[in-house]
Design a protein around this ligand. Structure first.
Ligand SMILES: [Zn+2]
Length: 396
């Protein structure tokens, strides 16, 4: 076999300003180690090339994704390198997402995808990073020196597995609530992705991971981009990868989308409403029976859309109430219907009231209901205002 050859774009983003290039951290010791671990031999050559160099394994212009390519035999190994120190979550996720895009979109044959830790791994094993590695391994990254971590990286087995691990992380860490994966029906996975600022690559990584897992069971993914005022879509390169993956539809949802939904129906299947509710209280779980089967959990309006539409308010004011995360509870289909029909009521303090229900129905409701009041996670001034408005409208 001929000597393995690294080809590496030396300039990074803003190299001319920062003075930093790939050569700063890709020392001989690092490259030799990488070469040995991939090919079994230590001897290599390396070409640090300029922005104009063309190769179908490399990005155009400067180095993106902290990427090196090692050509050996007829193989092309794409290797993305960690930061030397775990500086920011976002830059780490961004370079991984970018490396995956370049790998996935490359037309080179015999592609392999690797990740290499620079520096001491212990700094990189917070829960956030461990979850990121699980996603990376799931989408095909192979870790060259995972022994620098104390913990093992375990791939996700299914979308359901992935969703439930995200739930646990979201419960522990309320600050990480930019994007959500959930399930509407078995074949119908939904991602609500906020795609502005630091979140844009996080939404894309969720999409990559869910796509790979969903393929195993013929499931389909809808990724709703929750666009804010500045209307930032996810990076175009990520959108292109998701499209190539073949089972992901990206649906951009701006306020115009919600206006249309609001005008056309009263149930308001608005991605933004669901995203706001997920952002406010987290996971889909019935507030009354704690059922967590996502297929039968729905966002129930506290102040109903049909009532909101009758208010002497401007259209945008009405819409604001209709999509507010304060104006909702997750309920299973049974409890949702009972709530909509005002068979189940709550007083203005959130206490369950089924006193007006007949004996047999009451026995059934008690059988299927665990909670006697709205769980505290929902309690906010806005929520109780909506509850009072609901009760007033129902003449309660
Ligand atoms: Zn329920």
């Amino acid at each position: 076999m001929s000597v393995p050859r690294f080809v590496i774009k030396k300039n990074m983003n803003k190299s001319s300003v920062t003075g930093k290039s790939m050569q700063n951290f890709l020392t001989d010791a690092v490259l030799r180690d990488v070469c040995l671990r991939i090919t079994g031999q230590e001897e290599y050559t390396v070409d640090f090339v300029g922005n104009d160099y063309e190769d179908d394994c490399l990005p155009e212009s400067y180095n993106k994704g902290r990427l090196a390519v090692l050509k050996y035999g007829d193989k092309n190994a794409f290797i993305s390198f960690s930061e030397e120190e775990a500086k920011g979550r976002n830059s780490a996720v961004q370079s991984v997402g970018t490396a995956f895009n370049i790998y996935y979109q490359s037309e080179a044959e015999n592609k392999e995808l690797y990740y290499y830790f620079l520096g001491a791994g212990v700094r990189f094993q917070t829960e956030f990073f461990m979850n990121a590695y699980r996603q990376m391994q799931t989408i095909g990254f192979r870790f060259l020196n995972a022994e620098v971590l104390d913990l093992a990286i375990v791939s996700y087995g299914s979308v359901e597995d992935f969703i439930s691990s995200r739930k646990i992380a979201a419960q522990k860490n309320r600050s990480n609530k930019a994007s959500y994966v959930t399930k509407e029906r078995f074949k119908d996975i939904e991602i609500y992705g906020k795609t502005y600022g630091a979140n844009k690559y996080d939404a894309a990584m969720l999409g990559f991971t869910a796509s790979v897992l969903a393929k195993r069971h013929g499931q389909h993914i809808t990724l709703y981009e929750i666009l804010e005022k500045n209307l930032r879509h996810m990076p175009e390169s990520c959108a292109r990868t998701l499209k190539l993956m073949g089972n992901v539809d990206i649906v951009p949802t701006d306020l115009e989308f919600d206006r249309k939904q609001f005008t056309e129906n009263n149930s308001l299947r608005s991605p933004r409403y669901k995203s706001n509710l997920l952002g406010r209280v987290g996971i889909k779980r019935c507030a009354l029976c704690n059922c967590e089967i996502p297929e039968i959990i729905q966002g129930a309006h506290v102040w109903p859309v049909s009532i909101i539409k009758k208010q002497p308010l401007t259209f945008d004011e009405q819409l604001r109430h209709a999509i507010s995360g304060d104006n909702g509870i997750w309920l299973c289909e049974n409890h949702h219907k009972l709530f909509d029909e005002n068979i189940i009521r709550f007083d203005n303090a959130g206490k369950l009231d089924i006193s007006g229900v007949g004996k047999a129905a009451r026995a059934f409701i008690m059988k299927i209901t665990d909670e006697d009041r709205i769980p505290s996670v929902y309690h906010s001034a806005g929520f109780f205002e909506y509850l009072a408005l609901r009760n007033r409208a129902a003449g309660l």
